[in-house]
Design a protein around this ligand. Structure first.
Ligand code: AKB
Length: 332
């Protein structure tokens, strides 16, 4: 059976030599539209296909190819991959940490059964597959400072459990069948172009909307809750750099990436330098606080830096200046 399956995986055709044809699943979440726009600049508009089960807003529809993909429908996924000559798949369909705890059934189905379909299709058609993982793949028994790539992973959310499963399944398909699986553990990603999507780190996005709109923000995490965070431009560049890295340079398939770590109080203080009247108050949500308290405060990403040259550009001051500018706040 092993040999048969392996032969089937290797015999599939690939147009890897030319420009990749890229499919992004879950493309209307927090990252997909910005990721597509970045990849389109690199590979051409028509080579990057966004997909989702939601109806896109007009500006997304007009900016490049968009198709309906439900990752729970294996035949639909196969059809889209074949009809569009897809060679890379970036799989972003998932329920995030906080919303996953509120909808266990959907989280299990989308984050686990959906991933199985994606792995099977990626294997059948010899795709290069990227699946984002997260700081949420660690748990309360993992080291919380400078968490290494290889460490105890006992997360306490369905989101975290499903991401550990994705890391292990992707690596299993890679080592057993030769699937070109690549994975990054993202910190909390901060962006201005889309609304937060049900995560625990969402406060660090919402705070900018509220600071500019009303000069105040009520935070659902306590003032000293330290978490690893990253500006979206760094996250997207890291993803492309990993996808383009020669396979020989990859000593592993799931890498930590790190940029900055801060608490709500530190973020508020940095915002106050630009918006002096800004005030933060705290009303702790026990569910999200427990999740945050079980996550690392920083990741050790030295292997990514060594293997494929990862380097972040944005620290806290640059992040805050950029976010306030994008929200129309003149910070000069
Ligand atoms: C979440 O908070 O659930 C996500 C993540 C850190 O993976 N932003």
């Amino acid at each position: 059976l092993h040999t048969q399956v392996k032969a089937r995986f290797y015999s599939a055709s690939s147009s890897e030599a030319g420009c990749p044809r890229i499919l992004i699943t879950g493309g209307l979440g927090q990252l997909g539209v910005s990721l597509a726009s970045f990849l389109r600049k690199r590979f051409g508009k028509d080579n990057v296909i966004l997909s989702d089960i939601k109806k896109p807003p007009d500006y997304v529809f007009c900016s490049g190819p968009f198709v309906f993909v439900n990752v729970l429908d294996l035949e639909n996924l196969r059809r889209v991959v074949v009809n569009n000559r897809v060679t890379w798949m970036l799989h972003y369909s998932a329920l995030l940490s906080a919303v996953g705890e509120g909808n266990l059934h959907l989280a299990k189905s989308l984050n686990i059964a959906g991933l199985h379909n994606v792995l099977d299709v990626a294997g059948e058609y010899n795709l290069r597959l990227f699946v984002p993982s997260t700081i949420g793949a660690f748990g309360p028994t993992s080291p919380r400072n400078q968490t290494p790539d290889l460490s105890i992973q006992r997360p306490r959310t369905i989101y975290g459990v499903s991401k550990v499963h994705a890391e292990l399944m992707g690596e299993y398909y890679c080592y057993r069948f030769g699937l070109d699986f690549r994975c990054l553990r993202y910190p909390g990603i901060i962006s201005a172009s889309s609304q937060p999507g049900g995560g625990t780190t969402d406060y660090a996005i919402q705070i900018f909307y509220d600071a500019v709109k009303s000069g105040k923000f009520e935070c659902y995490l306590g003032p000293s809750t330290r978490l690893p965070m990253m500006y979206i431009d760094d996250c997207i560049r890291a993803t492309l750099e990993l996808m383009e890295a020669p396979a020989e340079s990859l000593s592993m398939r799931t890498y930590n990436i790190n940029a900055m770590s801060f608490t709500p109080a530190e973020l508020a203080q940095e915002i106050s330098k630009h918006v002096p009247e800004f005030r933060i108050t705290y009303r702790v949500d026990p569910v999200r606080q427990a999740i945050a308290d079980s996550w690392p405060m920083s990741l050790d990403d030295s292997t990514a830096r060594k293997d494929w040259g990862w380097k972040h550009n944005f620290d806290l001051p640059e992040l805050v200046t950029m976010m306030l500018n994008l929200h129309g706040c003149d910070t000069r």
